[in-house]
Write a new protein. Structure first.
Length: 259
């Protein structure tokens, strides 16, 4: 599957690599204003299975997706290792990657995840059937884009509309089925990968809880609550997001930036 995943490369080939993993219903475009701030790195923005230019790649599982990302890292990143940044669905993939492929991962930033099964997960099956059908109705994707990216540029909202309409319904259902019951794996604590878990102050309580819970479970992890940020803050606050990422990933002494 790795050969089928679409990758948008930018930055500096041969430099330390950073893999960017988007949220459900989005695509590599969502990093359009973050990637330039990481131009001294080798940026690999992926389209996950069922999304963007990987729309025809089936979503099999979080584990299979993590394995496919690991194969991309092995093939494209200098030294076969990379930093990994994931939002929402991409965050779950990033943590699964750190758990399954420790040697491929240097440091991780995740945002917009839960560490226990999602509230309302019993309705995930209904949502998985209903949302893809509604997404193709006139005006619905536009309303989703306005609600999801209220502070983003019009071009980003238009990109989200196109992504929602192009997303493979089967991939949406399968990915939702995987993340709705997800809980923090016990063996992630032994991976040794430094993890920063962030959440926006405007996100749900279940997501904000990850900022305090994950660092208690994973040695060396840190939590960051970002004032005023909503779920899609890489789009509506890209400068802040990039600053946080750089502060955690880059030497000489990675740290959490004040936001």
């Amino acid at each position: 599957m790795a050969d089928d995943l679409a990758v948008v490369e930018s930055g500096t080939p041969g430099a330390p690599a950073v893999v960017l993993l988007h949220g459900i219903g989005a695509g590599s475009w969502m990093w359009g204003r973050v990637a330039p701030a990481l131009a001294d790195l080798h940026v690999l923005a992926l389209d996950l299975p069922g999304h963007g230019d990987s729309a025809r790649v089936p979503w099999r599982s979080l584990a299979a997706t993590a394995d496919a990302v690991a194969a991309v890292v092995a093939r494209r990143a200098a030294g076969g290792t990379a930093h990994v940044v994931g939002l929402s669905l991409g965050g779950y993939v990033a943590l699964e990657l750190a758990r399954r492929h420790r040697a491929a991962v240097q440091r991780v930033v995740v945002s917009g995840i839960t560490v226990a099964p999602m509230p309302g997960r019993a309705l995930a099956g209904v949502q998985g059937r209903v949302f893809p059908a509604l997404a193709r109705r006139p005006g619905y994707a536009e309303r989703v884009a306005r609600a999801t990216l209220p502070d983003a540029a019009p071009a980003e909202r238009a990109a989200l509309v196109a992504s929602v309409r192009a997303m493979a319904p089967a991939a949406y259902r399968a990915a939702l089925r995987d993340v709705a019951p997800w809980r923090l794996p016990a063996d992630l604590a032994g991976s040794g990968v430094p993890v920063l878990v962030a959440a926006g102050s405007r996100e749900s309580g279940a997501i904000r809880e990850s900022v305090t819970v994950l660092p208690r479970v994973v040695p060396g992890a840190r939590g960051l609550l970002v004032p005023g940020a909503a779920h899609a803050w890489p789009a509506h606050a890209p400068e802040t997001f990039a600053r946080v990422v750089r502060a955690w990933l880059l030497p000489p002494e990675p740290r959490v930036a004040e936001v």
